[in-house]
Design a protein. Structure first.
Ligand SMILES: CC(=O)/C=C/C=C(C)/C=C/C1=C(C)CCCC1(C)C
Ligand SMILES: CC(/C=C/C=O)=C\C=C\C=O
Ligand SMILES: [Fe+2]
Length: 563
């Protein structure tokens, strides 16, 4: 089977005339059976090696078994989770086993780096892949699914030139000579060479616009949640400047909060953009208390009144930013001597109300935060929970594609826990960090979390995340963590890699876990499915198979049905 290259993309693109059999198009086309559901494709649209045929023949491996530069050494069959999606777009109805609740009406969107191959070259890190946006549209118990590559400048240039043209998470185009290198540096400072490959998350703003995001500000891309069209850049109309921001803004009906790390004068800007506007306003600023640069700020939490600004000892590194080749910690450096801090900024005044030293920590994802009050209603502390990797940076290395692709049954996933920060607001200089529950409850693996969004910034009880059933080299369960009882319920499907469990509340629900949890799984057989779990029992209630294998994806959002 040929490997997937950009020159093949044109062949692999399924035309928009591919529709489910229940559709109304004329049958001058051939029938192809995709997992019990038939779709139509024009015969002339199919290349002999196209995804259509390879996805249909379930005997053929849906992955490229040939050893690549970095992938799958020794002909090892790679899991479909770590294998590039084979076609640029697809849409069709999925057959549902089980039952989708009738109240679940809307679209779940999930973004992630689904394409890691460029010609003969393979990206080396999970986070480098070009963005693949997947949708699950639920309506009256039925499910229309699809995916589409996001048409970022970085993706279009790579497709045209069959090589990486912008600086991605771990790699950058190699300058041909010294003059080009100098030009490159200038482009880095202006931001021109940075990627806009919006492969990390997707958010629905309060005004209904849907934006795909990564950590570069220019990688904020508007998409159409129905047909997944790339609509263009989300342009920030202010003059705040800066090149990077947190990959995970906090989005509510009224606001969009984010943090902008300041690499020149180490610190963070706390910014807010009101719903309906493209203009961010600086609400406050936190100066770093340690190290030569701000800590990596992939995400952060908020409470009702405060923004929690983490200052992780895993800090941006100016030298590494300039390198074309990956370094052990990519664009970052571990500075245990610089200590770890958490700062609390008042949303209303922008003032820092607490800044404490905490034990060293490593986290990508904060889960939630809330305020602890005394009997007079005064806030005494902020509690902030995150998926914490025991202050061990090796998780970044574990997310190299070669490591992910070479699982041999040996347990390789470093331990992680629900890290709970307790940040006093009484001027005490130290905060605490402890495990919120025994990490064995979720197999000592935890990441890719969500909560019931109505509990954002409030005292809450349940978190949904990916956990571990060992041995594994990547989180392979879905886990519902009860932070009150300090227990977890785990869902496991042998050999599958599930993506972030996403909670959708039942309209009218009064209990925190009354709803469903959506995840997409990449299966050991090479297939891919959407799964629905009941929020309360955490039992699987429905599953629907895609006609092709799904690559791993990162974060999602819910777009409710238009009224
Ligand atoms: C997918 C994910 O979780 C993170 C993606 C992060 C990216 C694409 C970061 C890109 C960056 C650059 C291209 C240069 C500047 C530093 C940094 C923000 C790491
Ligand atoms: C996949 C991941 C981080 C994604 C960032 O958006 C972390 C996985 C950690 C494993 O435990
Ligand atoms: Fe993330």
């Amino acid at each position: 089977m040929a490997s997937f290259t950009f020159s093949h993309i044109a062949q692999f693109v399924l035309p928009s005339n591919i529709i489910v059999s229940d559709g109304l198009r004329k049958p001058e086309r051939e029938w192809l059976t995709f997992s019990n559901k038939s779709i139509l494709a024009r015969k002339s649209d199919r290349s002999p090696d196209s995804v259509v045929t390879s996805a249909v023949t379930h005997h053929a491996p849906p992955v490229d078994p040939s050893p690549g530069k970095e992938a799958g050494g020794g002909g090892l069959m790679s899991h479909v989770a770590w294998t590039s999606v084979r076609q640029e777009r697809w849409e069709g109805e999925l057959v549902v086993e089980g039952e989708i609740p009738q109240w679940l009406n809307g679209t779940y969107l999930r973004n992630g780096p689904g394409l890691w191959n460029l010609g003969n070259y393979k990206f080396r890190h999970l986070f480098d892949g070009y963005a693949t946006l997947v949708k699950l549209h639920f309506e009256n118990g039925q499910l229309i699914a699809g995916h589409r590559q996001i048409e970022s400048e970085a993706y279009k240039a790579a497709k045209k030139n069959e090589k990486i043209c912008y600086r991605e998470f771990s790699e950058a185009p190699k300058p041909d000579n010294f003059i080009a290198y100098i030009g490159d540096l200038a482009n880095l400072f202006s931001g021109a060479s940075l990627t806009d490959n919006a492969n990390t998350g997707v958010v629905r703003l309060g005004d209904g616009r849907v934006v795909c995001l990564t950590e570069t500000q220019k990688g904020s891309i508007l998409v159409d949640p129905d047909n997944l069209d790339t609509l263009g850049k989300f342009e920030y109309s202010d003059s705040i400047g800066g090149l990077i921001h947190s990959a995970h803004p906090i989005v509510t009906d009224t606001d969009f909060w984010t943090l902008l790390p300041d690499l020149m004068n180490p610190g963070y800007l706390v910014v807010r953009m009101k719903t309906g506007s493209n203009e961010r306003k600086v609400i406050g600023r936190v100066d770093c208390r340690g190290g030569p640069a701000p800590g990596w700020v992939h995400s952060f939490p908020v409470t009702e009144h405060y923004v929690v600004v983490p200052e992780m000892p895993l800090r941006y590194c100016a030298q590494n930013l300039l390198r074309a080749e990956p370094t052990p910690l990519y664009k970052f450096e571990w500075h245990p001597d610089s200590k770890g801090f958490v700062h609390i900024v008042c949303k209303a005044s922008g003032k820092i109300v607490s800044s404490v030293e905490v034990p060293l920590y490593v986290t990508f994802h904060f889960i939630n935060a809330y305020e602890e009050t005394d009997e007079d209603g005064r806030v005494t502390a902020v509690i902030a929970d995150c998926c914490e990797h025991n202050a061990d940076t090796s998780i970044l290395e574990k997310l190299r594609l070669q490591n992910l692709q070479s699982f041999m049954g040996v347990d390789e996933l470093p331990d992680a826990r629900v890290g709970r920060f307790i940040i006093p607001l009484d001027g005490t200089p130290y905060g605490k960090l402890e495990a919120a529950l025994d990490p064995d409850e979720h197999g000592r693996g935890i990441d890719m979390c969500s909560i019931n969004p109505s509990y954002l910034g409030k005292r809450y009880r349940y978190a949904y995340a990916c956990g571990a059933r060992r041995p594994c080299n990547f989180p392979n369960t879905l886990t519902k963590v009860d932070l009150l009882e300090k227990k977890a319920k785990n869902w496991y499907d042998d050999g599958s890699v599930p993506s972030e469990p996403f909670f959708v509340a039942r309209p009218g629900a009064t209990e925190e876990d009354d709803g469903v949890v959506i995840s997409m799984i990449s299966e050991v057989s090479g297939g891919g499915s959407a799964v629905l779990l009941d929020g309360k029992t955490f039992e699987e209630i429905a599953r629907a198979k895609f006609p092709y294998g799904l690559p791993y994806g990162l974060h999602g959002c819910w777009v409710p049905k238009k009224k």
